[in-house]
Design a protein around this ligand. Sequence first.
Ligand code: HEC
Ligand code: HEC
Length: 350
Amino acid sequence: MKDLKSNIIFELVSASVVFFLILGCQKESPPIPAKFSLVIPNGLDSLLVQIPEDNPMTAEKIALGKALFFDERLSLDATVSCAFCHNPLQGFADGREVALGIYGLEGTRNTPTLVNRLFSRDQNWDGRAKSLEEQILEHIQNPYEMRNTFENLVNTLKAVEHYRKAFQIVFGTEVTVEGIAKAIASFERTLLSGSAPFDQFITGESGAISKSAERGFVLFKSKRVNCIACHSGQNFTDEKYQNNGAGMDKQEPDWGRFVYTKNDTDKGKFKTPTLRDVTRTAPFMHDGSVRTLKDVVAFYNEGGIPNKYLSKHVKPLHLTEQEKTDLVEFLKTLTGRNALFFTEQFSSSN
Ligand code: HEC
Ligand code: HEC
């Protein structure tokens, strides 16, 4: 697993797809260095990728980032790697309600998936980290997660010959904390979920999804049910912050984005999560309070959890039993073929 000659394989070539049906605005993509070509799976739009100019992706950097992602030495007591919480075999989440970090300490929030972060800028449920790179530095120091210091981490990794060599090759420097963040972020940008049955269906392959799922998609984007008001575009998220009420019935709710911005209007808002690979990342919501996809649909059918700041798009839906089933069947079609690919790739490198 820590082999730097890692065998990252990029799956399936595809052009950007006819996705403007449900897509928001398109931005110009920064150039991807010629040295390395990132293959974007079917259903995802290469025009929307976000790669910082000062951190171009190269094959060597990604391999280094992969080794670091799985390395427990990132944490103070060398027990907790990124993959400990973002487990490739569990959709890059952990199956827990809230995260479990160093010394068995529980955090307060559910671990989000890492797929398709290539298309995002701000990170975390409240958007407080401005890039993947910044997000990593925060995790390393978080007392409930890795509890490390930059100085200790750099010294630990400097003692490892293959890291010393790899940093020279990739950055032309010794081990640095900036390099650690840049390498891991580059690896994260390769974790893509696309080529799902839904992508086949939307590009014209009738029969790729069941009739029930097709009806579910019609409901999903209908004025009446309108999930698409928030779960929009190729990655089924507006990358914005919304209040659907999850957790708002607790005695001391997590106020989400408000904790970071201090704007009253942000109370109870959390980042709209992607719905890709959602069959793999239960339990759901920022606090893991909703167990299954059936429960998610029941949650929205009730109109979320009423609170002063609830989005106007969340209201009782009066769905029939068949409609509830159809929505669940639709959500199930968003699991990418990559899911299987990751499972095979990462279990064989274990
Ligand atoms: C102890 C468990 C744990 C560990 C270890 C951990 N994470 Fe996380 N990760 C989380 C939780 C929980 C969140 C959500 C935090 C929040 O919103 O406040 C998160 C959020 C993220 C996000 C933001 C995703 C999004 O959708 O906004 C990224 C990216 C990420 N982690 C990557 C990493 C990387 C890379 C590492 C290793 C350096 C790592 N994580 C280590 C639990 C963990
Ligand atoms: C007002 C915007 C909005 C609307 C409308 C909306 N969602 Fe969400 N959705 C969110 C937000 C925000 C979250 C995360 C909330 C939290 O964690 O507190 C979420 C969470 C989810 C999750 C859990 C994902 C995860 O990884 O935890 C699923 C599944 C989901 N929504 C499906 C749907 C479906 C199906 C509909 C339509 C019936 C819908 N959503 C309507 C904003 C919205």
